[in-house]
Design a protein around this ligand. Structure first.
Ligand code: COA
Length: 183
């Protein structure tokens, strides 16, 4: 399978139908799913529908993140809701395999996606919505240059309590100013 974007320890390649069983198993962790704002478990049918939608790339580009050494999928990343007229997109990054958390893999993936998004696809703006209680993710997005721009107050409910969705953004200009620090 061709490597589309390659970093030091990981590469990104397109999602294949044959990846779906492995992904369903990797994502089968309710605590992590809650952090990403999901409420229902992923079913095979939904994953297949998602895969089908990924075959049209006018509004989304989706990759699996592969550990080069083990040649194993550790997560997913992509651009969703791409609006080329506005040069704007939502950005998603999920490392499903917990053993890889906090070891710089997220930053490595983000650096590849920023180069691809800003320098190749010509985006002006990227956005992300993060569940407030996902402290790690909020710190992560801030560490790579994202800023809070607003909140959906009580936009999310899990485990008996409401929490906000923190809306964050990164502009091309700000990315270029911070680029050296990321690589
Ligand atoms: C959030 C996520 C993408 C971060 O990726 P990661 O590989 O774990 O993060 P990195 O090791 O690259 O860390 C980058 C920065 O994030 C912050 N960070 C990472 N882990 C952290 C932790 N446990 N506590 C506080 N800050 C943390 C730090 O600022 C860190 O920079 P530093 O190492 O220079 O201090 C990843 O942990 C993940 O996918 N988690 C589960 C799903 C999820 O929450 N996705 C995001 C949905 S919005």
């Amino acid at each position: 399978m061709p490597k589309y974007l390659e970093g030091k320890r990981i590469f990104l390649r397109t999602l294949q139908k044959s990846d779906l069983p492995e992904l369903i198993e990797l994502m089968d962790d309710r605590d992590t799913l809650v952090l990403t704002g999901s409420v229902f478990p992923n079913t095979e049918k939904e994953m297949e529908d998602f895969y089908e939608r990924c075959q049209r790339t006018d509004s989304r580009v989706w990759f699996v993140i592969v550990d080069k050494e083990e040649n194993r999928i550790i997560g997913e990343t992509g651009f969703l809701r791409i609006f080329m007229h506005w040069r704007a997109t939502d950005f998603t990054l999920e490392i499903w395999d917990k053993r890889y958390w906090g070891k710089g893999y997220g930053k490595e993936v983000a650096a590849l996606m920023f180069d691809y998004g800003f320098d190749y696809l010509n985006f002006h703006r990227m956005a992300i919505g993060v569940v407030e209680k996902n402290d790690r993710a909020i710190k992560f997005w801030k560490s790579i240059g994202f800023k809070e721009e607003g909140r959906q107050i009580d936009g999310f409910f899990s485990e008996g309590e409401y929490s906000d969705f923190v809306m964050m953004y990164l502009l091309e200009k700000e990315y270029r100013e911070k680029k050296e620090a990321l690589n």
